[in-house]
Design a protein around this ligand. Structure first.
Ligand code: SF4
Length: 343
């Protein structure tokens, strides 16, 4: 029989908690105070620490709710300053986030699923398939446990961790709403990365037109992309028109992510095909040096190959950047998130 858990504070957009305060005859300001503790004091992790609440109320809350839906188990700091947080969910599975210091801000990379159904061949997170979706409350709690000391004001949020966000759209939507209304993260500071779920792209454009969209492309032609992403949710020939429509509707530049893989997608031929595919489309290309994953079948492109690829694109006026890889020494870089308890 499945174990029943008390609802957590952030569950279902805090609704059960709000209803409980009203039914228990508590003053409405107590609910607002609790939200302040939740959003503004991330170091607080249980009801007993709510210093301005009477003891009896703290105990009643404890009997009816869990303060968090997960517990921070470990935070591993890498020499480059990034930090991987491992959080234990109540069913024994694990979610991970990575906090990366950048110039003038901190970026937090968050997961939306435990495991991933897409199974990109160069990614460790998807190797054992999907275990389950995260709830909106679990995403809120994992963000809360990953906030830097400077708070949410100077935070960039990237939804690029474990999972395909648009396969968990309803929970993602609730979570993104709370990011703005609760944590106070501006829409333009949020980027969601998809491997190409077209229905999700359409909904995202309508629901969050000011947020940013990144798309994992990794190959400029269908045959090669299929080899790297065997369960890609869409083909290039349908994906690019959908993204052009997205740009027309939102005026937000799409970022194409392209993992640079030695001898697979990094030759002059692929650079030429990439230019042909994206020329005339106002977008960005972000080249990602491939990260080591246990038992990985691919190697990262050599530095000179990467430079040649970048130069080829730049000479043809493509808007191209190379992602700085952070967190690799603690298993927190792109494609590396995968705790063995999720296998
Ligand atoms: S790269 Fe992203 S979409 Fe692909 S398997 Fe990994 S987590 Fe899933």
């Amino acid at each position: 029989m499945e174990e029943a858990f008390l609802p957590s504070v952030s569950e279902e957009l805090f609704k059960p908690l709000e209803v409980w305060f009203a039914e228990a005859g508590e003053k409405p300001y107590r609910f607002r105070q609790l939200l302040d503790w939740y959003f503004k004091r991330p170091e607080v992790a249980n009801f007993q620490e709510l210093a301005n609440f009477p003891k009896a109320l703290r105990e009643k809350l404890e009997q009816n709710f869990a303060f968090l839906s997960l517990s921070l188990e470990e935070a591993k700091l890498a020499p480059d300053g990034s930090k991987k947080q491992t959080m234990l969910l109540r069913d024994g599975l694990v979610t991970e986030t990575v906090t990366m210091p950048m110039e003038g801000h901190t970026t937090v990379c968050l997961s939306t699923q435990v495991g991933c159904p897409v199974g990109c061949r160069f990614c460790f997170s998807g190797r054992h398939g999907l275990k389950r979706n995260l709830t909106a409350g679990e995403m809120c709690d994992s963000l809360r446990c990953s906030l830097p000391a400077s708070g949410a004001e100077s935070l960039n949020l990237v939804i690029m961790g474990m999972g395909e966000p648009f396969y968990n759209y309803e929970a993602l939507k609730k979570f993104l709403f709370i990011c703005k209304e609760g944590f106070g993260i501006g829409s333009r500071r949020v980027t969601v990365s998809t491997v190409g779920v077209i229905a999700g792209i359409e909904r995202f454009a309508a629901d969050f037109p000011q947020m940013n969209l990144a798309v994992s492309l990794h190959a400029p032609i269908e045959e090669l992309r299929k080899k790297l992403i065997p369960r890609a949710p869409s083909e290039i020939r349908e994906l690019i028109p959908a993204l052009k429509k997205y740009f027309a509707a939102t005026k937000r530049l799409v970022t194409f992510e392209y993992a640079m893989i030695k001898g697979v997608n990094d030759s002059a031929k692929e650079a030429k095909e990439l230019c042909a595919l994206l020329s005339g489309f106002d977008c960005k290309i972000n080249l990602i040096p491939l990260n080591d994953v246990p038992g990985g079948e691919f190697q990262p492109s050599a530095k000179e190959t990467l430079e040649r690829f970048v130069n080829y694109l730049k000479e043809r006026d493509m808007n191209v950047t190379v992602r700085k890889s952070l967190g690799g020494t603690v298993g927190g870089a792109c494609g590396q998130l995968a705790d063995k308890r999720n296998n």
